[in-house]
Design a protein around this ligand. Structure first.
Ligand code: SF4
Length: 346
């Protein structure tokens, strides 16, 4: 039986160097190949023009490069792009490029489907099939960077881990991908331009703080009332608000970086004065800002966006309490690329 070839991008640079030595070749060839794989995003060994033909054949005999393929690219009237990305085993995830006047942001996926079951989210219906590998996360960013240059004439400026999946449930691979994205041997992006958005897994938030990460943290809060949050995000029963609060206090004590709370206001769910007051109280625990996100109903879903009056009440009360609040209007409903809508429909 033929032995299955290994994905060469699962190897560290040191492992690649050691491989070349084991073949009786110079270790620095490993550095050259590493640069082709990451910095230049080579799809084939034959692209590696400073490597001899014999060596390229030897690599071909031992390894594969499991690159993603953008299967389907949809462009919205506002310039937003949604990629359906096919992985080497045929599974599909989605990633999105969101342009504004001054920057472009990539929203990338970290899992195929999701481990969690937020009631308002289309991805939750897919269930988790597997975690993405670091290279599959990295490739989504490279694809969007290329599209940003091609369609908007600027390089990608920001990344949010807010696509399919709970990034902290794929902790090691997400951190390895960010290492590559920020490394000069990868894309050389500043970690300050990267935000990992979590539904709030307390143990892993503390681990991020202990690991000294330099990127930003956002939490999908959606309610600061225990029973309401549990009804929207059932895992809140396992990780209640007090545990989340304690983890966020720990994060701030270690990093001194404020948290962003992502918050959607739904009709008849979290649209009362008590909901607003609970959010204000929660915001006082740790320095933070609040992003109020416009909701995009999903097919067959029960949730509806609250009225503009209620949103204005939220804004007014937060501002009165000196809490920074931004409203994130959704402009991409025509291609189902908005937050909570990624569900491989294309
Ligand atoms: S909102 Fe995020 S964490 Fe919740 S089910 Fe959807 S993808 Fe998963």
């Amino acid at each position: 039986m033929l032995e299955k070839k290994r994905d060469i991008r699962a190897l560290t640079k040191d492992q690649l160097r050691a491989f070349f030595l084991s073949q009786g070749l110079e270790a620095f060839r490993g550095n050259q190949v590493y640069e082709w794989l990451w910095n230049k995003s080579a799809h084939n060994f034959d692209d590696m023009t400073n490597i001899s033909k014999t060596t390229r054949q030897m690599l071909e005999d031992n390894f594969v490069i499991n690159h993603i393929e953008v299967d389907n690219m949809q462009q919205s009237s506002d310039g937003t792009i949604k990629n359906a990305v096919r992985l080497h085993d045929g599974l599909v995830v989605e990633s999105v490029l969101i342009p504004t006047e001054t920057r472009t942001t990539a929203c990338v996926s970290s899992q195929v489907g999701c481990s969690l079951d937020c009631k308002f989210c289309a991805t939750a219906r897919l269930k988790r099939m597997r975690n993405l590998n670091p290279d599959e996360i990295y490739d989504q960013v490279v694809a969007i960077d290329n599209e940003s240059r091609l369609y908007h004439n600027i390089p990608l400026s920001n990344i949010v881990f807010m696509g399919m999946g709970e990034p902290l449930m794929n902790y090691n691979n997400v951190l390895k991908a960010i290492d590559k994205i920020t490394s000069p041997e990868g894309l050389g992006m500043s970690p300050k331009r990267i935000t990992v958005s979590t539904s709030g897994v307390p143990k892993m938030i503390k681990k991020l703080a202990d690991d000294g990460v330099k990127f930003n943290l956002a939490v999908s809060l959606h309610s600061a009332k225990e029973e309401v949050r549990t009804s929207i995000m059932p895992f809140n029963e396992t990780f209640p608000l007090n545990d989340l609060r304690e983890a966020l206090e720990y994060w701030y004590s270690k990093t001194k970086r404020r948290i962003t709370y992502e918050y959607v206001v739904w009709k008849d769910v979290n649209d009362t004065k008590k909901d607003i007051d609970a959010l204000v109280k929660f915001c006082k625990y740790v320095p933070c800002k609040v992003n109020l996100i416009e909701y995009n109903p999903i097919d067959g879903g029960d949730y509806q966006q609250a009225s503009i009056e209620i949103i204005n009440n939220y804004i007014h009360t937060l501002e009165k309490n000196r809490i920074v609040v931004n409203v994130r209007r959704s402009r991409v409903k025509d291609i189902d690329a908005a937050c909570g809508q990624l569900a491989n429909k294309s």
